[in-house]
Design a protein around this ligand. Structure first.
Ligand SMILES: [Zn+2]
Length: 266
């Protein structure tokens, strides 16, 4: 019993030391995103609210400045897909910046900062709320953003817990959102972010069946050639108000550490 206890302590110490060493070592995001590894960041709200999903505006700006100063190149989901398939060469430090839900602050607060630093981003939209709910963006705002380097994709029609729905409703959530976004924005919608991040093979199969090429989860990790196109990993960035950049570094660094310790993928 004692031996097991000691082994556990030793294991915990190794893991903890590893993580902190790694987190402290990383002072250049180039250490994180190289070659075919793609860092996918996941934001929700950019606002000075103290809710768990919000990143304060000044923190968001510091993070975007950091990405730009580090020479990161922001890519689209299409480029991620083509890069992983070997159809195109990805830039040296590819980063995909994503937002879920389509809150109005993405337009009022995040968009000017993204433009200022020449960064692209992808927003996963709930089209039932578009032009329908003042907390979310309008079709005109989405079109304006798309003309300036932002990509809009689907986050389902009404943001349900997909795993609790019968198949026909899962299918209509996935297909109707895709169709409505395509009609309003005039381009194919081929990528999805699972609402609440939950997914399973069955849901992924329906997504593929209705015409999506890939789907993003909230599974903490980095995307690389070992990733499943329908279970793409992301690094969540939220509520960084207390620790600002330190927190941002650590989240991107820990993600790498998890993989080094084999807590990864599938
Ligand atoms: Zn969501």
């Amino acid at each position: 019993m004692k031996k097991i206890f000691l082994a556990l302590i030793l294991f915990a110490a190794i893991v903890t030391t590893g993580i902190f060493t790694r987190a402290q070592k990383i002072d250049d995001i180039a250490d994180i995103v190289e070659g075919s590894k793609i860092l996918v960041l996941n934001y929700h709200q950019v606002d000075n609210k103290n809710n768990p999903l919000a990143v304060h505006v000044a923190d968001f700006e510091a993070q975007m400045k950091y990405l730009a100063d580090s020479g990161c190149v922001t890519i689209t989901p299409d480029e991620l897909y083509a890069g992983l398939n070997g159809e195109i060469d990805l830039p040296e430090k590819p980063v995909l910046i994503t937002f879920d839900d389509g809150y109005i602050d993405n337009y009022t607060n995040a968009f000017p900062i993204l433009k200022k630093y020449g960064l692209r981003a992808t927003i996963f939209i709930i089209p039932a709320f578009t032009s329908n709910n003042p907390a979310y963006m309008t079709w005109d705002q989405l079109k304006e953003m798309e003309s300036a380097g932002i990509t809009v994709e689907s986050h389902t029609m009404t943001h349900p817990k997909l795993e609790e729905l019968p198949d026909d409703e899962i299918r209509s959530e996935l297909l109707n959102s895709k169709t409505l976004l395509e009609e309003n924005l005039g381009h194919p919608i081929e990528f999805l972010a699972y609402p609440t991040g939950t997914y399973n093979l069955h849901i992924a199969g329906i997504a593929q069946d209705v015409g999506y090429k890939g789907a993003f989860t909230i599974k903490y990790g980095i995307v690389d050639r070992g990733s499943n196109f329908f279970a793409l990993e992301r690094v969540p960035i939220f509520n960084t108000a207390q620790k600002t950049m330190r927190d941002f570094y650590e989240r991107t660094a820990w993600r790498q550490s998890f993989e080094e310790f084999g807590w990864t993928k599938r």
